[in-house]
Design a protein around this ligand. Structure first.
Ligand code: ZN
Ligand code: ZN
Length: 145
């Protein structure tokens, strides 16, 4: 995991470049993303910011996350319940998702870029977000079966 303080600076300067107004609430959200381990959902981040800034609106949380995604600073993972975000590994990487408890972990698997290029050639698509997800049961849920 990268240094959270460094990650925080990166995220803040990316937002500043877009002239994003950095209110204390938004700075708090960025701080939470920078220190996040795992893949918090938008709702979890919203709840965490609200505990310190009760006036924070949900729309602001989603707007900030959308902008960070646009700037390739966070990786969005769509789940049934909500969008989850990887704030520390913004580059494409595979995820393992538990179908029972929704736990998300990074898959330790190298993405083969030459296969992606080949896929682009054969499909005619330009791949923008190569998101690979493996669904299964995490070790806890596997055991409880
Ligand atoms: Zn599980
Ligand atoms: Zn991840």
């Amino acid at each position: 995991m990268p240094d959270p303080a460094l990650r925080f600076d990166e995220l803040i300067s990316a937002l500043k470049e877009r002239n994003f107004r950095l209110t204390p609430q938004r700075v708090e959200l960025v701080r939470l993303i920078a220190i996040s381990e795992g893949h918090p959902s938008a709702a979890q981040l919203y709840a965490a910011v609200r505990s310190r800034f009760p006036t924070m609106s949900q729309a602001t949380v989603y707007k900030t996350l959308a902008l960070l995604k646009d700037l390739d600073q966070v990786l969005e993972i769509d789940l049934r319940d909500d969008s989850h975000y990887d704030g520390n590994r913004p580059g494409p990487h595979p995820h393992l998702i538990c179908m029972q408890c929704n736990k998300i972990v990074d898959g330790d698997l190298e993405l083969d870029l030459s296969s992606l290029r080949k896929l682009e050639e054969t499909s005619g698509y330009q791949i923008v977000r190569p998101q690979i997800t493996f669904y299964g049961l995490c070790s806890d849920c596997k055991q409880s079966r």
